[in-house]
Design a protein around this ligand. Structure first.
Ligand SMILES: C[S@@+](CC[C@H](N)C(=O)[O-])C[C@H]1O[C@@H](n2cnc3c(N)ncnc32)[C@H](O)[C@@H]1O
Length: 389
């Protein structure tokens, strides 16, 4: 991933856009390759925002159109039948002058095969219109507000209840955290987190800042999930990626992801992993620029793994707690549950399984060669695993 200089000073937007772009690309390949006939991208807070270039390349508008175009070309190269997929992009913007810019941009730049809709106004008031244009096919919603109050669960609820949908929502933790205790902001806080009583606030008081952040974002995820529900009474999953302040080691926002498909969370967490490494690279290079120091070496992605990996002993213990001595199949649904529960990465689970395997504590009965170097468990193939006595 390249570091685009036009993001100087707003590196957190760069990280957000990398995650949006890289996940959207994977998602569209999966959904487009599955026989789906209608795919809609919805940008509920589209802007254009903080980018004065003519091509708006540093905005979610240009990024989403570019990804749709690229995926369609990629799918077409493999399969001729994709030309009957209808691609749609819906952009919602409340600010009048930004809306005019959006409209002009789409008229001049949206590829003709993408049916584009631009809606002017508050996304929450426009939920029925958005749902109407989405039709019945698959839809991905990007919900990226400026502040924290705009993505309260009641304001999003009609969209959340739509079936065949996924969401990526920017949760402005740092802003909200400052107001958590204020009595006069209790209603907006509850719209985000559900019922906030004295007991919850006291529990937060006793936590470290990191634990508190985790508890708050997980409350938001649970609240979203309570409305999002599962497809045909099945389950749904949430995950979040953390975007850090460009200079300080502090969270600016979380990118909260919601899906009703276990593969969704597996793929999203893989993309989050790559983007987390990229985030550390951006911070490292920026720090070098500020101090004027020439780096002693050019770091590889592996040099940043330590910054993003979970404690391997914790992951090993988790594996041992979940395996039994009788062989059992472990698939994407199990991995999705574990990723959601722990917030770790598939990389952590693979690495820990390999250590346990080398220590003779676990076995993959479907890995006949026992010589794999990377993916020690193929969760997509429901491999049989067991704990050795
Ligand atoms: C953070 S910016 C969006 C950035 C854009 N998603 C991107 O990544 O390039 C938020 C945008 O949403 C618009 N906005 C604010 N409140 C809104 C609302 N209630 N409904 C729709 N748009 C809104 C703002 O005018 C602004 O352009």
């Amino acid at each position: 991933m390249e570091i685009d200089k036009s993001y100087d000073g707003r590196e957190h937007s760069l990280i957000k856009h990398e995650l949006l772009g890289s996940y959207l690309e994977k998602l569209l390949y999966i959904v487009g390759g599955s026989g789906e006939k209608e795919i809609t991208y919805v940008d509920c807070f589209s802007g254009p925002w903080a980018d004065d270039s003519d091509d708006l390349h540093g905005t979610s508008i240009a990024i989403s159109l570019d990804i749709i175009k690229r995926v369609r070309e990629g799918l077409a190269a493999k399969n001729n039948n994709i030309y009957d997929i209808k691609f749609r992009a819906v952009y919602v913007e409340e600010n009048k002058s930004r809306f005019r810019k959006l409209k002009g941009y789409l008229e001049g730049n949206c590829p003709s095969f993408i049916e584009h809709h631009e809606l002017s106004g508050d996304y929450s008031d426009l939920q029925d219109d958005i749902l109407n244009v989405c039709g019945k096919g698959f839809a991905f919603f990007f919900v990226d507000p400026k502040g924290w109050k705009d993505v309260g669960v009641p304001r999003l609820s009609k969209l959340l209840r739509r079936s065949r949908s996924e969401f990526l929502i920017t949760f402005m933790y740092d802003f909200m955290n400052r107001f958590l205790k204020l009595e006069d902001l209790r209603d907006p806080v509850q719209s985000m987190l559900g019922k906030v009583d004295q007991e919850f606030l006291s529990e937060l008081q006793n936590k470290t800042p990191k634990e508190r952040e985790d508890a708050v974002v997980r409350r938001y995820r649970e609240h979203l999930k309570s409305v999002f529900g599962g497809e045909a009474n099945k389950k749904s999953w949430t995950y979040h990626a953390t975007v850090l302040n460009k200079d300080k080691n502090r969270t600016v926002y979380h990118m909260v992801y919601l899906t009703r498909h276990p593969k969704g969370i597996v793929v999203f967490s893989r993309e989050s992993h790559q983007v987390a490494i990229f985030q550390h690279r951006v911070r490292y290079e920026k720090q070098n620029r500020i101090t004027g120091q020439m780096p002693l070496f050019v770091p590889e992605d592996d040099d940043f793994q330590g910054e993003v990996a979970a404690n391997i002993e914790d992951v090993k213990t988790y594996w041992l707690d979940h395996l039994s001595s009788a062989p059992a199949a472990y698939g994407q649904a199990e991995l999705a549950d574990w990723l959601e529960e722990t917030g770790w990465l598939e990389y952590d689970f693979q690495r820990a399984f390999n250590e346990l395997r080398k220590e003779g504590q676990v076995e993959n009965l479907d890995d006949k060669s026992n010589q794999r170097t990377k993916r020690f468990v193929h969760f997509d193939k429901n491999e049989r695993l067991r704990k050795l006595a």
